[in-house]
Design a binder for this molecule. Structure first.
Ligand SMILES: O=P(O)(O)OP(=O)(O)OP(=O)(O)OC[C@H]1O[C@@H](n2cnc3c(O)ncnc32)[C@H](O)[C@@H]1O
Ligand SMILES: [Mg+2]
Length: 206
């Protein structure tokens, strides 16, 4: 059984990666989260771009564990905020990972932004770093609009505020989509789909 480390503490990302690997029919690949490997000093995510941060996390995980390491850096880039929160999405309200506070702040910042100017994109950059030093970085983007109130129980982070442009979403927020629907449309689903051949090869190595 081959192992790959997902250098993330975000359990929802781990679940999404597992679903993508399962949907691709990849067997023989065990995905480990950070909780499954000995603790190591994590580098600050101080890169300027999603790609920079994904590489910081993946290189750090590969170096610390000797495992093939995948990392995702992602966020929401709002047109009316010149692309912010962007790489600051996780700590937009100041505290890391406080989704209700992050969402409330974003709603307040867009309170007088008209419907036609509430465009946004979810962005995911995923980096795969192998023990031989090979590095692959891919990016997925997902266009939609920021709603005026949170809707839906699924997903995480800004999902309740994001209404994808895709017809399949039919006006629902990404938190109202089923997990499988989200995977078929999302920034992370698009990024990870580009890494499926490399993950399949890792699994085949046994
Ligand atoms: O860095 P790791 O450990 O992977 O986990 P994290 O939660 O800190 O993740 P990021 O640094 O990539 O920050 C991503 C933020 O962007 C938001 N985000 C990313 N992908 C999302 C998605 O699919 N749906 C909703 N919000 C998302 C979410 O609020 C996260 O806090
Ligand atoms: Mg993070």
């Amino acid at each position: 059984m081959s192992k790959v480390l997902l250098a993330s503490r975000n359990r929802k990302k781990l679940a999404e990666l597992q679903r993508v690997v399962d949907a691709a029919g990849i067997t023989g690949l065990e995905i480990l989260g950070l909780d499954a490997v000995p603790e190591y000093p994590e580098e600050p995510e101080d890169g300027a771009t999603f790609e920079d941060n994904a590489l910081i996390k993946a290189r750090s995980g590969a170096r610390a564990t000797g495992l093939p390491c995948l990392a995702d850096d992602s966020g929401i880039s709002v047109d009316a905020l010149n692309g912010m929160p962007g790489v600051l999405s996780a700590r937009w309200s100041g505290a890391h990972g406080n989704d209700p506070a992050n969402n409330a702040l974003l709603l307040a910042q867009l309170s007088d932004t008209p419907d036609e100017r509430r465009g946004a994109a979810f962005v995911s950059a995923c980096a795969l770093v192998l023990p031989d030093g090979t590095e692959t970085v891919v990016r997925g983007e997902w266009r939609g609009t920021v709603l005026r109130a949170e809707r839906g129980p699924n997903g995480f982070g800004y999902d309740p505020l994001f209404a994808p442009d895709d017809e399949l979403a039919a006006g629902r927020s990404s938190a109202e989509l089923t997990p499988e629907e989200k995977d078929s449309l999302s920034h992370r689903g698009k990024a990870l789909a580009q890494l499926v051949p490399a993950l399949r090869e890792l699994a085949a190595r046994g």
